[in-house]
Design a protein around this ligand. Structure first.
Ligand code: SF4
Length: 501
């Protein structure tokens, strides 16, 4: 098993144990009793943590290649409470939500479905995100194990998808259960990218729908259609072309001046669609805004960029010290290049098929150069320099009327950037409408009122931008078709459309 800490004695400064009355021991994440785990064909893998749509697509995609995966439900406030009850003190908010969500799911298996705790521990395994830190990401697996042990599931297996290595890491026997073939990774990436594309389109269309719920319904129909294509191993590009026809039928009125809000910040907090960020995206839409979400692809591209950045530094050192670049460095370079090409190719192909035009895959070099004078490129915690880059890019290129950075309570990297570095950025870019907002799982009223105040200014800006343009007498029908996505220097969708006529 992973951590093998030895027992330590807690003493006072004189080395005296007596004041404690008993010997204190350090945490060990090995189960108390020996457990005979189920063989691979009886093991069920649990996943979760991305958007609802992506988790469901991943579940079907991996099942189509014979892997038995189940997506956990979206974390809610009850998950957060369970995370707090069974987790350590002082964790960041995403830890409480995700750890508590797993505890809640396993408790439901035990209390509602009648499985015994022993059976659950033997048969189930959770695959999560993890990394080496420097933030709490490095402690995720231990956090899960501690909470699960206290909730009655001692010995439950967890393994992680390391964001900085791009491979599964964990206990040897667990790794053997996962069939980590190129086929596995390719289908996983395809499901993530298709989920990103559907989500982006949903956020572009929903604020302008004429029938409440029509976009969500069309998206769900598309998801089922795509899931079927994964199951039946059909051509995904063709399936997305078919989804285009479904989406085209949704009636829209896109000539409404709506504030465009870029939602960014810590990866999970900015992406999740539920109590983890007080349903921020839906709240903004209900208040009359259009959201620009953060696709998971951005996080993948950042991880690749970080690996490439490290490699370039190693190569520079090797050149300076006249050392030959070794084979593993060359191999890593090829893998990085292949990963970049694969992500860009899949994204462009699928986006074109379903009709997401005019969407730029993040240019990581450009983002790095925008932020490097404010924040070191060598810091990998949280979203690294990306939050700084997104804000500067948004102001310089007029991409939104408001930028919201969601920072989870207890998040070290996000707090340092949002409260520290972004203050300098906003003082140098005074036109920026920027709001850094904390999610603690509690105190929703304060959260919403701060968002509403910042949104008021954004709505005014959207209205002024729209009203400064003349509205032609005959509005071409294409303006209301989601496939028409003109490029212009206006932030709002309605203003972009008018400026293009
Ligand atoms: S970036 Fe922040 S919220 Fe995310 S895992 Fe690290 S400390 Fe927690």
């Amino acid at each position: 098993m992973s951590v093998a800490c030895s027992t330590v004695k807690m003493t006072d400064k004189n080395g005296d144990l007596s004041f404690l009355g008993q010997e204190a021991t350090q945490w060990r994440d090995v189960p108390e009793k020996e457990i005979i785990y189920a063989p691979k064909n009886e093991t069920i893998m649990l996943i979760g943590g991305l958007t609802i749509l992506q988790d469901k697509l991943i579940e079907t995609a991996l099942r189509s290649i014979g892997e038995h995966f189940i997506a956990l439900p979206n974390p809610d406030f009850e998950s957060f409470q369970k995370g707090k009850a069974f987790g350590n003190k002082g964790q960041c908010n995403p830890t409480y939500f995700t750890v508590g969500n797993l505890v809640k799911y396993l408790q439901d298996l035990r209390d509602k479905k009648g499985l015994s705790a022993e059976e659950i521990v033997q048969k189930y395994l959770y695959v999560t995100a993890g990394g080496c830190g420097p933030c709490r990401f490095g402690m995720y697996i231990t956090e899960y194990k501690k909470a699960l042990r206290d909730a009655g599931f001692d010995g439950f297996r967890i393994t992680s998808f390391e964001h900085d290595k791009g491979i599964f890491q964990g206990e040897d026997e667990v790794e053997q259960l996962l069939n980590l073939s190129p086929k596995f990774f390719i289908i996983l990436v395809k499901a993530i990218i298709i989920g990103d594309i559907l989500n982006i389109l949903g956020y572009k269309m929903r604020p302008y729908e004429l029938e409440v719920g029509a976009v969500d319904q069309a998206m769900e129909t598309c998801r089922l259609h795509i899931s079927k294509a994964f199951e039946e191993k059909k051509n995904l590009t063709k399936t997305l072309w078919e989804c285009r026809a479904l989406l085209k039928k949704v009636p829209l009125n896109r000539l409404q001046a709506k504030a465009k809000v870029l939602v960014m910040g810590e990866f999970w907090a900015a992406m999740t669609e539920g109590d983890g960020n007080y349903n921020l995206h839906r709240f903004l839409e209900a208040e009359g805004a259009e959201c620009i979400p953060q696709p998971v692809m951005n996080r993948l591209m950042l991880s690749i960029w970080e690996a490439e950045h490290k490699l370039s530094k190693q190569e520079t050192l090797a050149t300076q010290s006249d050392t030959r670049i070794d084979f593993s460095t060359m191999k890593s370079r090829i893998m990085i290049k292949s990963a970049k090409v694969a992500i860009k190719t899949f994204f462009s192909m699928y986006a074109k098929a379903i009709g997401l035009h005019n969407y730029e895959i993040p240019n990581m070099e450009k983002l790095a150069s925008l932020s490097e004078q404010y924040y070191t490129l060598d810091c990998e915690g949280g979203e690294g320099h990306l939050e700084v880059a997104h804000l500067i890019e948004s102001v310089k290129e007029n991409l939104s009327h408001l930028t919201i950075s969601v920072k989870p309570f207890g998040c070290m990297p996000s707090s340092a950037v949002s409260d520290g570095i972004q203050s300098l950025v906003t003082s140098r870019f005074p036109t920026a409408n920027f709001l850094a907002i904390e999610t603690s799982g509690e105190g929703a009223a304060n959260f919403y009122s701060r968002v509403q105040m910042a949104l008021f200014k954004a709505k005014q800006a959207a209205k002024e931008e729209f009203e400064a343009l003349s509205i032609p007498q005959n509005i071409p029908e294409k303006c209301h078709n989601y496939l028409y996505q003109p490029h212009s220097n206006k932030a709002g969708t309605a203003a972009q459309l008018l400026a293009s006529l």
